[in-house]
Ligand binder design. Structure first.
Ligand code: FES
Ligand code: FE
Length: 434
């Protein structure tokens, strides 16, 4: 029997974790509303999830040339990702080692060295301290430059996606992604991809998990939330999003593979490149792909969808970060990616398709943000916790995984399922308890 009138403010961290263990029951499809709206849970997941796992920072093509850099957020802390004169990509904590000033305040640029705005210490873009104003006079020439390089941030790259972590002893990125790489390859590794333009950013009053959850499993909402697109004739029917597979793998990752598609929505001249980069099975799926929507745990989602622009099927590819700012607020950051070797005309049409659908002004995006903010409001505060209000995540529990799909993971032959969310919250809970 679950207690009511629980108050986290009066409980120790150990008691909160124990309460979560009793009330969050992913396998039974029981997810309490309080995990979306309680500040104690938000603080705990910062420590247990965001300071422990790999988090997305950006795409290699954003820093193509030696000296290019971007500044990004890693679990609430600014970091500099820079390509050195030797072509190597490195990550640094964006803090001067003298007195802690934020070293670089630009979003991106090209610099061989960074000079601190406070006292003028200068660091090379490989992190080395190389200049201190008047050092001979004021430090007697004794300042130990070697020990004062920028603090390094652990980064690893998979198919152009740059991830970083604060974990001192992380599982290698490749193992963390595991079997899910098969699907990530389809989304962003099918050929050389490049990011066009800076990422688009907007802030909404939504808890971050609602976005991650929506992309990991929720194809079901499409027929209602986005029902207007069927009415407008942009998709054949409101149940358009049901056909295909729902797949999850270890570590909370999951995606929805929309198939079949009689139209090939990728540049045909790149077929030899796709075949060179993908296995025969992966290419077969790509050839029949209608859309691919998923989440890499915890908060990076991706989307490959196709839209008809001026009578022609055009795919567009995006990755998006649900960056938590507060328990009830997140920044949504969306990168538009396109095949680097596609024609300029293809790139333009693909971008147009993105703007029309999932950019901040796109028809899908606006539908979703309305829902996310209302869920957040209803989950916030003491009432959902003390009254023990739960969400129902039992959809698809009666289904058994299929064996005839070529890709790895636990695969269901229907996208209308909440199996991926159950898998996502199981891993989330395991980390929260660790
Ligand atoms: Fe950067 Fe002093 S804080 S030079
Ligand atoms: Fe949606």
């Amino acid at each position: 029997m679950i207690k009511t009138d629980v108050c986290f403010e009066e409980m120790t961290q150990r008691e909160i974790i124990q309460y979560m263990d009793e009330t969050v029951k992913p396998e039974e499809g029981v997810i309490p509303a309080y995990i979306m709206g309680d500040p104690a849970i938000y603080d705990l997941e910062h420590k247990k999830v965001f300071l422990k796992t790999w988090l997305f920072l950006g795409h290699e093509s954003e820093i193509q040339n030696n000296g290019d850099f971007i500044t990004r957020d890693l679990a609430g802390y600014s970091v500099i990702i820079s390509r050195g004169e030797d072509g190597v990509i490195r990550g640094f904590y964006n803090m001067c080692t003298h007195r802690g000033m934020k070293l670089c305040r630009a979003d991106k640029g090209n610099k061989g060295r960074f000079t601190c705005p406070y006292h003028g210490f200068t660091f090379k873009n490989n992190g080395d301290l190389i200049g201190v104003p008047m050092q001979k006079d004021i430090y007697g020439g004794n300042l130990d430059y070697k020990s004062m390089g920028l603090h390094k941030v652990t980064i690893e790259i998979y198919k152009g996606l740059i991830f970083g972590t604060w974990n001192e002893n992380p599982e290698p990125l490749s193992e963390f992604l595991g079997d899910f790489k098969w699907y990530i390859d389809l989304a962003v590794g099918r050929t050389e991809m490049e990011v066009i333009g800076p990422p688009q950013r907007f802030v909404i009053n939504s808890q971050w998990k609602i976005g991650a959850d929506n992309f990991v499993s929720d194809s079901y909402h499409t027929m209602v939330t986005h029902g207007s697109i069927a009415k407008l004739g942009m998709v054949p029917s409101a149940q358009y999003s049901k056909k295909g597979y729902q797949v999850n793998t270890e570590n909370g990752h999951g995606c929805n593979v929309g198939m079949p598609n009689p139209l090939f929505a990728f540049p045909e001249e790149l077929i030899p490149e796709y075949k060179a980069n993908l296995s025969a099975d992966q290419f077969e799926v790509l050839s029949n792909l209608k859309n691919l929507i998923g989440t890499i745990f915890p908060n990076l989602s991706f989307l490959v969808s196709h839209t008809e622009v001026k009578g022609q099927a055009v795919s567009n590819t995006t990755v998006r970060l649900w960056r938590p700012i507060a328990v009830d607020k997140m920044e949504v950051i969306t990168w538009f990616l396109v095949e680097k070797n596609a024609s300029e005309d293809w790139k333009r049409r693909s971008r147009e398709a993105f703007i029309l659908t999932f950019s901040p002004s796109g028809i899908f995006e606006q539908d979703d943000t309305e829902v996310f903010t209302d869920i957040t409001a209803a989950a916030t505060g003491q009432v959902p916790l003390s009254k023990n209000f739960n969400y129902n995540y039992t959809m698809g529990q009666h289904r058994v995984p299929v064996q005839d799909f070529a890709g790895p993971g636990t695969v269901y032959d229907d996208k209308f399922s909440e199996a991926n969310s159950r898998n996502f919250y199981r891993y989330w809970l395991d980390l929260m308890k660790a």
